[in-house]
Design a protein around this ligand. Sequence first.
Ligand code: PLP
Length: 408
Amino acid sequence: MNTFNSTTIRRDFPALQQQVYGKPLIYLDSAATAQKPQCVIDTVNAMHTQWNANVHRAVHYLAVQCTERYEQARETVRRFIHALSAQEIIFTSGTTAAINLLAFSFGERWVGAGDEILVTEAEHHSNIVPWQQLCARKGATLKVAPVDDSGRLQTDALAALIGERTRLVCVAHISNVLGIVNPVKEIVQLAHARGVPVLIDGAQGIVHEPVDVQALGCDFYAFSGHKLYAPTGIGVLYGKERYLEQMPPWQGGGDMIASVSFAGTTFADLPLKFEAGTANYIGACGLAAAIGYMESLPAAEAHRYEQALADYTVRRLSAIEGLRMYGAATPKTGVVSFTVDGVHPLDAATILDKSGIAIRTGHLCAEPLMRRFGVHGMLRVSPAFYNTPDEIDTLTAALQKVRKMILF
Ligand code: PLP
């Protein structure tokens, strides 16, 4: 491991200080949701205790202060992902809401009968189901690009599936099951060469990769705050202004209008056109605080540490007899998913839990990928920079014990 000091970092995360079942908590489920640093908790608390007022409405002091903080948070996100303009940052409740917004609005504008949407076999349900629903509404077809046995996305096959009727390519930046980093820049280039825009599902990517949407060239990028050490209930849809301008609003209500009469309604400019109702301004400020926290860390060292920890996890778990890992392709980061021969994932996760070890189990919201690998479920370990090699050692020993308990 490098010089990155995870012991100091851990002190910033109160949830990591607790015991469960009388054992120190070993939290290895950060891909599902990350724990929150004290500065994020403090920001949310200050928003509730000092700055709370509805945004974009009243002229009183608190409303103005709160609105400023909300719009500053938008600017923080813009800077973090290198978007051209804050108009391109739509706050949503998370990745799922961002993709549903896009599926509805983009779909209304540009998808019709006989058109195609292209996804990959390794997508999270959030990047499958909204597109299936859109296709069902419009009489369009969902096409699926395959992955190989190592989990690598077959970019040649994906390229071959982009045709005359393809309206959008939707691909995860990093798979939440395999941890494989997709060559998203290359995918954007080959889609753009055929005039097709690209959505990147960045729910995992935003956590582990520096994201520059202009350098990537993607047309849309979606992510959730809660996996990035921010509160739940806040997320982002980035979209190029020229697309967002032409897309109709998704939901109607307060804040998204310019003027309402019974004769008809006109809509607000970007980004508010897509933010109907009272915004989650407290979550947005929490997200800005989380980004500030991330930026306060030595980024390169944190990244190297996380990568080293993920590699160490792979090495340690590989030594366990009967353990099968999924997604051998590289680059790979953030998550390690596996099964153990003869051991039901749910049994293993339940026993590990009693040792204070929190890992994810089940279909990992990626049933098509489970089918691809011929399993009903997997176990998933997702270490973050606040985890330590000692915790991985404890996990490894506990898994050995689970095997013995169940198989002998
Ligand atoms: N996409 C990926 C790759 C994910 O890992 C997740 C969550 O695990 C999602 C989408 C959905 O995110 P959320 O539930 O925060 O909307």
